[in-house]
Design a protein around this ligand. Structure first.
Ligand code: GN1
Ligand code: MG
Length: 362
């Protein structure tokens, strides 16, 4: 999209501001994102990927409900909410998003003034702060009844179903890649048992549904550039009823690692237990009072479940011809899957340590 088009979409939102420049923000695998600077503020414009989020009105309803709730609570403590919660702008017609004639759906948020941290700079401080951010999100939203939110992607974290989808993609082989990935696929499928751990606890009611973020990779956490303190979670599309185990697990998957999510040399991707410990420490400090004994019991295994889930999803997409996650080079989804598998193996070896970290803090 060129700058003129971006400005024209911006003008359909009720900001009272005049845009002066626009840049593409890269990083997300699903939506297209632009940073717009205006005379009076900075904004995030996003084109919502409607192949993934088929009902943008439901997505925006969830986001409005949760951001308003969090903002009220933050303000009632005398803090400025806009530092900690992305504000949603309404369109001039009073809607939380606009639809263009070509079917494109766009929403505008206030840009959270801060930085995301590159994987190469992860350290214990970053992970402890990330843990705090996820914990704060869970505590700020703990008093919203989860059933008031729409399940915008049913089965999003249904790990056994994700494993089933991988098996089907392997059999269908629509992109003719199955033979070349059979070994890695079999390895991922061999974790089917562990994938049941969280799903069955949700099914039998021993783990409660809560309002969760569902996409807590570290790229979705914004930090204060000067102090290094975490400010908030962004990318709220998948906020819906879920288990906090997936949020904990996904942040550990993406944060306690020595390599990028798509590192082409999987031998460079190992699980870093000291970063896990820092994350768990920050997380529990903010959320411990909320967690049930069963959640605490499953916390250590949750990163394995989510990481197998991501490995399965990346390989499924590779087998389908890279139709879901954005890619910028051939075999990127395969590299992503291999890197996740390498992490899973490291996590398995460190499971006793991961348990010890949680048990020693409760
Ligand atoms: C996608 O949108 P983004 O890049 O934050 C994906 C997550 C994956 C993640 C892996 C809606 O997140 O589930 O864990 O990529 N989001 C959706 O990097 O599928
Ligand atoms: Mg996302």
């Amino acid at each position: 999209m060129n700058t003129q088009e971006i400005f024209s979409i911006f003008s359909q939102f009720d900001t009272g501001d005049v845009p002066t420049s626009a840049d593409v923000l890269r990083g997300g695998h699903i939506n297209d994102t632009y940073k717009i600077t205006g005379k009076r503020g900075t904004y995030t414009l996003q084109r919502i990927n409607t192949n993934v989020f088929t009902r943008p009105s439901d997505v925006m309803r969830n986001i409005l409900l949760v951001t308003r709730h969090m903002a009220e609570k933050i303000e009632s403590c005398g803090k400025k909410a806009e530092i900690f919660v992305p504000k949603v702008y309404m369109s001039c017609d009073g809607e939380p998003y606009i639809t263009k004639d070509n079917g494109g759906c766009y929403r505008l948020l206030r840009y959270v003034d801060g930085i995301t941290v590159d994987q190469s700079a992860y350290n214990e401080n970053v992970l402890r702060e990330a843990g705090r951010a996820v914990g704060i999100f869970h505590s700020l939203t703990a008093d919203i009844a989860p059933e008031t939110l729409v399940d915008v992607i049913p089965g999003f974290h249904d790990t056994p179903a994700r494993i089933g989808a991988l098996r089907k993609a392997l059999n269908d082989d629509i992109a003719g890649r199955a033979a070349s990935v059979r070994n890695i696929a079999e390895e991922i499928l061999s974790y089917e048992g562990v994938c049941e751990r969280v799903a069955s606890a949700i099914r039998d009611g021993s783990v409660p549904l809560r309002v969760t973020h569902n996409d807590t990779k570290l790229d979705n956490i914004v930090f204060n550039q000067n102090t290094g303190r975490a400010l908030c979670l962004v990318d709220l599309d998948t906020v819906m009823p879920g288990s906090l185990l997936y949020d904990f697990g996904d942040a550990v998957r993406s944060g306690a690692t020595s390599g990028a999510e798509d590192e082409p040399d999987a031998t460079k991707v190992s699980f870093l237990p000291e970063l896990y410990e820092a994350f768990a420490d920050g997380y529990l400090k903010e959320s411990q009072a909320l967690l049930t004994p069963r959640e605490l019991e499953l916390l250590p295994v949750s990163p394995i479940v989510v990481t197998v889930e991501c490995a399965a999803r990346f390989l499924t997409d590779y087998l389908r011809g890279d139709v879901y996650f954005k890619t910028s080079r051939p075999h990127q989804n395969l590299d992503r899957a291999k890197a996740q598998l390498s992490l899973v193996k490291g996590m398995e070896r460190h499971l006793p340590f991961m348990r010890h970290v949680i048990e020693s803090r409760i």
